[in-house]
Write a protein that binds this ligand. Structure first.
Ligand code: SF4
Length: 324
């Protein structure tokens, strides 16, 4: 998908979202005024360093913010439904039917006492009107589809490697044909080769079934190879949004430029990766002005005093920086 092609129906509209966590040291503004749209069949990558708010953004959409965290302001419209107005029970049903979820640690989502085939059957029967026989046929197909093989239908989660468990999670995430799959750092706990295989699997399933996908990751290199669009987050805010090509060829925000430069490029022999200097900000007291200014090589006087506003350069290009 290219910039011109992102014209399909908007299925997720996030407007001015603020999700904060009260702590003894003050309020952590984990997501602070985020506006973002996701279109049907789009593969959106949400990237940023640890603590940038990207996972909180995903959990806000799912309404799975752990207390005492709370969504304090903004709106989230999903397929025309204002999900912040749903009761907990309505949201639980919507999550089951409409969202696929892939988390960092599959062991926290899989019942250790349930054989994986049964797990998929149980999910299918709970959230659809499939008979148990139909669900078993579907579960068998899914295990083959994600590369596990239906012969492992009766195995327990502990009998699988980390990568294979993540394949089970992928089968569970897509089994009900969800409108949106949210994958939060799905490969962080895996070795590099398995990481690439899992991301390739997610990518190929997305192409095959036209899945709408939000992939949350700290690994810009892994995401930019596969996604259509990218939202770069820093200190609770989206600092740049654009298509994969726009951001890969011409990153605008100094933070995005720093992230790309810190990515080793095996095609450039002798090229050295450079790194963004300085620590990520304390989110109970983010820097005044531009939150990136203490680390920015282009910081000007205005950057220390005045917070940059979001600048929309075209339909698919947004940047938050005084340089634009
Ligand atoms: Fe750097 Fe200023 Fe732009 Fe912030 S607003 S990224 S400090 S140039």
């Amino acid at each position: 998908m290219d910039s011109e092609e992102i014209k399909s129906e908007t299925i997720l509209e996030i407007e001015g979202l603020k999700t904060y966590y009260p702590t003894s040291r003050g309020m952590v503004k984990a997501v602070d005024d985020v506006t973002l749209n996701v279109h049907r069949s789009e593969f959106l990558g949400v990237v940023g360093e640890s603590g940038s708010g990207k996972s909180t953004l995903g959990f806000s959409v799912l309404r799975l913010i752990p207390p005492p965290g709370r969504i304090l302001d903004g709106s989230i419209q999903f397929e025309g439904i204002d999900i912040l107005r749903l009761s907990n029970e309505e949201m639980r049903r919507l999550r089951g039917r409409k969202f696929g979820m892939i988390f960092q640690d599959p062991m926290t989502s899989l019942d250790p006492l349930l054989r994986i085939g049964e797990h998929i059957i149980e999910t299918l029967c709970l959230h659809s009107d499939m008979s148990k026989k139909e669900a078993k046929t579907r579960a068998t197909e899914l295990l083959d589809l994600v590369g596990i093989g239906s012969e492992r239908f009766d195995d327990y989660p502990h009998q699988f490697s980390g990568g294979m468990r993540q394949r089970v999670m992928i089968a569970l995430a897509i089994c009900l044909d969800p409108s949106l799959v949210i994958a939060d750092e799905p490969t962080t706990a895996l070795d590099v080769i398995v990481q690439a295989r899992i991301l390739d699997l997610i990518s190929s399933l997305r192409k095959k079934y036209g899945l709408t996908l939000m992939l949350i990751s700290h690994d810009l290199a892994a995401v930019i190879e596969r996604c259509d669009t990218l939202a770069v987050m820093y200190a609770g805010q989206i600092v740049e949004y654009g298509t994969r090509r726009q951001i890969g060829k011409e990153p605008l925000h100094p933070y995005t430029q720093g992230l790309l430069k810190s990515t080793p490029n095996v095609r450039l022999v002798g090229a050295k990766a450079s790194f963004i200097t300085g620590p990520v900000p304390d989110m109970t007291q983010p820097p005044l002005g531009c939150r990136f200014h203490p680390r920015c090589p282009h910081a000007m006087e205005a950057c220390r005093t005045t917070e940059p506003t979001v600048r929309r350069l075209d339909d698919n290009r947004v940047v938050r920086c005084h340089l634009y």
